[in-house]
Design a protein around this ligand. Structure first.
Ligand SMILES: [Zn+2]
Length: 262
């Protein structure tokens, strides 16, 4: 199930997931089911950094199978992407984008008819897969519309928590939950296009820029199998640059077969 979601993930999320896989730690996959799943960013003696969840209840998660797994790992990726020094998502720009998107939704809600408002809330309550949208809506309009799924008001008051939850919800949706991803992208377009909404490997793009300048074309990543990691592509681009030979596809073992579509 989790691998099906991984296979259906969008490219950027999959690469991010693969890039950080080695740093991901599930401390406990058998947490008592009456405990809230969580990512613990701080290393305590008796509570190590990592994800704590109940994997078997996540398999029958009403928000979608594996939702908790990908959500909590996303919190860890957000943290790992800075070398465990704060969260990548924690920028004012991302916060403002989220709040502005939320305000636009609230305005539309306030301008709707009674019937329109009722059917909007009703459609959310009938579909637990809208949980992440509900949570971000709740946070960005300060609970002005009473939906079902949300964190607490005091949780939202902690600096950075809004951005961290948005990052985790976006990432979870990107890992093979197309309906959630489309809903979030539709309602939170500014936040969705914010650079803080997903990890980007800056070094990769710097090398790719050098590569494109030197050889006059970019790396055709859509043609590379997913088993090739970002790190392998980076290493290969570096060796092409060092030898001044444009033989990336040969090194990566990609045949030039004109009869296929990629
Ligand atoms: Zn969370």
């Amino acid at each position: 199930m989790l691998s099906t979601r991984r296979n259906n993930a969008n490219h950027q999320a999959k690469h991010a997931f693969d890039q950080f896989t080695k740093q991901m730690i599930i401390q406990d996959a058998n947490c008592p089911s009456d405990q809230t799943a969580r990512y613990s960013p701080i290393n305590y003696d008796n509570h190590r950094r990592g994800v704590y969840l109940n994997a078997s209840s996540d398999m029958i998660n009403r928000r979608g199978e594996g939702t908790t797994y990908y959500h909590e790992l996303a919190h860890m990726i957000d943290h790992a992407a800075t070398g465990f020094n704060g969260n990548l998502s924690n920028t004012q720009e991302f916060r403002q984008a989220l709040l502005s998107d939320g305000q636009r939704i609230l305005n539309a809600y306030n301008n709707a008819t009674d019937e329109g408002r009722h059917s909007f809330v009703d459609s959310l309550r009938r579909n637990d897969r809208t949980h992440s949208f509900q949570d971000l809506l709740d946070a960005t309009i300060n609970g002005a519309v009473n939906v079902g799924w949300s964190h607490s008001r005091s949780y939202w008051q902690q600096p950075g928590n809004l951005q961290a939850e948005a990052f985790a919800h976006f990432f979870e949706a990107s890992m093979g939950a197309k309906d959630k991803l489309e809903r979030l992208a539709f309602y939170f377009p500014k936040a969705f296009s914010s650079p803080s909404s997903a990890p980007v490997d800056e070094e990769y793009y710097a090398i790719e820029d050098d590569f494109a300048k030197r050889f006059g074309h970019k790396v055709p990543r859509e043609m590379l199998p997913d088993s090739i990691s970002m790190n392998q592509i980076k290493k290969t681009m570096k060796s092409c640059l060092a030898s001044n030979k444009d033989c990336l596809m040969e090194i990566l073992g990609i045949p030039n077969d004109e009869t296929f579509l990629y």
